[in-house]
Design a protein around this ligand. Sequence first.
Ligand code: ARG
Ligand code: ZN
Length: 477
Amino acid sequence: MRRTVRGTSTAALACVAATLLTSVAAAAPGPGSPTVGDPYYPNAGNGGYDVSHYDIRLTYQPTTDVLSGTTTITATTTQELSRFNLDFGLRVSSVLVNNVAATFSANAAGDGELVVTPARPLAKGAPVTVVVAYNDRPSTVKINGFTSWVKTADGALAVNEPEIASWWYPSNDHPTDKATFDVSVEVPDSVVALSNGTLVRTTKNRTGWTRWWWRSTQPQATYLTSLEVGKFEVNRQTTPDGKPFVTAYGADLGDSLGAAKASVERTPEINEFLATQFGPYPFEAQGGVVTTAIGFALENQTRPVYGARGFIAGSNASLVAHENAHQWFGDSVAVGRWSDIWLNEGFATYAQYLWSEHVGEGTAAELAQYVYDSKPADDPFWQVLPGDPGADRQFDAAVYDRGAAAVHALRSQVGDEKFFQILKTWQATKKGGTGRIEEFTALAERIAPNRPVRQLLKVWLYTPGKPFAGPNGPTAR
Ligand code: ARG
Ligand code: ZN
């Protein structure tokens, strides 16, 4: 889903026949690109089409780790296509393109590329429906040498960044092609199946099994689409502004349960605060899932997932502030390239500083200054560039902490009024899409034209070594 092409499919439909005829005279249709060309992840995403919706309809059996079913992809072609790629690693049994069987090659090189050749070439600008049927054990599947699906004692988790989709549904796996989602997963009655957005309904079609149907109605990046199966305490509530608020706590949280609840149940209050800083909460639902099965947290759209160890030392509203700040910075406005990760982690970490100040703990200025003062100039920390850390260091502490100090340095330079104007304008103009650091820099320059914003971000994001001036400016100390 690229916002610029939304709404063209009806017109495109009327042109299919004409386009097919003229294509005879034009160049022969070629294959879609097997990549979007993101330098950090050369296999990520594909070219030649634009997905608008995924309808994922699966059955999962935890005792065997067998995942089976279909994903139906609704897309529009952006060129004539003799064949195209999806990103997917599981064993495929059939592919239909516009209801006609297609030939396919599934993960033949172990690189997670599903190559689909339709019976006849596809015209440019045409609606296309692709149905992929599959059946595999995701925990046994390696893509580019990695596993990403997590099998647990009573279920499984599809929660990871930047790559998880290919272990459970075929996709155009890059944040630049967002789509809406229906995720319907049938599991044994003893467990639950959670995903993003709103629970449309649960149904029981056969003895011993329940189907959980979740729906995301706003553009959502593929890696932010999650599945959690297992024994969870599920709480369905409503936020003060009337949105579904679904939280789920793993049945094995033990001593962490109290602290997890004391933190995650505050999500609506935290989002209400963040909305005063960034603009309106961007999605139709809120929530959180806490599990012992992962050692990190991830900002899955509408419903972040928290590793229980985040609450091992007691309640941690700061972590909840971080993951929910990503609903704005990361989810509603996603990275245009994975090298733009500062736009996610720098701002989500800075949101923790804002929350800290809001609740009367350390101020944002103090916390940013602490990052600066606590690392001597020869610390390798200062050699990682938040603006282009490299794929191996995408989640390095410097992306978070130097990244957040960089945000504060910008604030010190332009002043509070322009700073929050920049953040809110960024959110309002990029909502539902993607952004690049260069675009953010240009916006900041436009709002604060007589400040050396570009030079400041160059020093903080792209220059190795400890910046000469701290995040509160050269006169602050
Ligand atoms: N975006 C996540 C966060 O909020 C980081 C995820 C890191 N990925 C991982 N597999 N550990 O911090
Ligand atoms: Zn983060």
